[in-house]
Design a protein. Sequence first.
Length: 261
Amino acid sequence: MKTFALLLIGLLTQAQPMMKEKPVSKGELLEFKLSYGWFTIGRGSFRISDEPVYRNGKECIEINVEGRTAGLAGVFSKVDDRWGAVVDKKTFLPHYSYRDLSEGDYDLDEKVYFDYDSMRVRVESSTASEGQRPTKFFDMEKNNVFDMMGGLMHARSIDYRSLKKGDTVKLDAFFDKKFYDFSMVYHGIEMIKTKVGEIYCHKVVPIMQKNSVFDGENAVEFWISADANRLPLKVSADMNFGTAYCELTSYKNVKSGIDFN
């Protein structure tokens, strides 16, 4: 489910005007569908912990994401992936993140630790075929580098009302043993039809770096609900094999409003 991870990565942001009331709710559960054309190829979930956890004396939230194949896709290659992180409740900066991937013949168990005193990232990983790999260290040049989970929460907390169409949002992230420097362009408010209803959304378009996955600089589009929940409603991605979609299908325990199942 690397595609699912890459779609989420596009929402990592920093240094933007933030909402006073951040859309953090205990026990929040979001369910997603990943599709290609008419076919559902995967399902995913995003869950915030019921209770706070503490790291280095700071209150944090724990986030866990699951992604798995569905429908005909599971016949050809079974995927059962899990990602997660412990991030600061106020800043969403990561203290710890993990990936537990099972994708056909490929597997990975990875743990990432962010040390802001030494400004280093420590990565420990292993696979069934290789066993424990050597521990790797990476130097952080900035103290506001997000992982995938914290970056998504930060993106949901941006006060998009303070942005104008065409404004560019800068971002820094660490994922898969690499530092990323992205930009995305704000495209204003749109009403779109989604699996959870017709909703006004903030649309953002990342400027994609040249890679072997996405087709073009503006290949990915995101829609985030323009309400108190700032729900990640839909992602559209033009890829080398066609257009893939990631859509929110249900939610519960959100900041405002009732559950949608």
